[in-house]
Ligand binder design. Sequence first.
Ligand code: ZN
Length: 250
Amino acid sequence: MTARQDQTTDPELLEALLQARRGTAFFARKLNELSDEDLDGPSLLPGWNRRHVTAHIGYNARAIARLIEWAATGTETPMYASPEARDHEISFGATLPPIALRYLFDHSAVHLNVEWRDLPAQAWHHQVKTAQGRVVPATETVWMRTREVWTHAIDLDNGAAFSDIPAPVLERLLTDITTAWHTRGTDTGLLINVTGPDLTFGDTTAQNPTLITGTLPGITQWATGRGTRGVTATHNGTPLDETPAAPKWI
Ligand code: ZN
């Protein structure tokens, strides 16, 4: 029997698909480590328990699969009917029995993967619209999913850390976040220095910036608003007792 494989041969896209699939497998592993009772426990996200996170990841796969169907058929199928519909779906999903919740995650992930795999090479360039109204090529959906599965695996709060995320994913995530800050002008006076791979983000023209320094996983964790471990802040060369909270991301 021949294994079915991706229709695209674009090496960059295949690499991106690999990161999304690895992230999905990582989320699956963390979810499987949780007992049914554990699912009732809190996540790292305010107001959400682990059931909400799992339901969100399941419905996110379905929503992204709708974009791929749109790219394949040309018939507009949005991610969600409305922001309220999205939130309602998550609240409902969080009440499912554990077996149904786990099935939702597994089945939606498999379905999305099939949609990606079977999308004809040229259809990957077709334009679709994100939940925020951004018009993007279908290729962008791979990144949209990648950042969801990796970051929300950490939100399950059972041992996953930013250091588990591959460096290229962290780098792109940090670029996304700091670009959003820059667009909104919320990064004024904040210069961010990543050590390890030496990278600089933030307000690079500031006269007298607050300098935030840390490793790539540490800085990314801080930038997503998930803690300040491994991150230091200085102003005028003087270390600050407390690292300032990162500007809002989403
Ligand atoms: Zn999310």
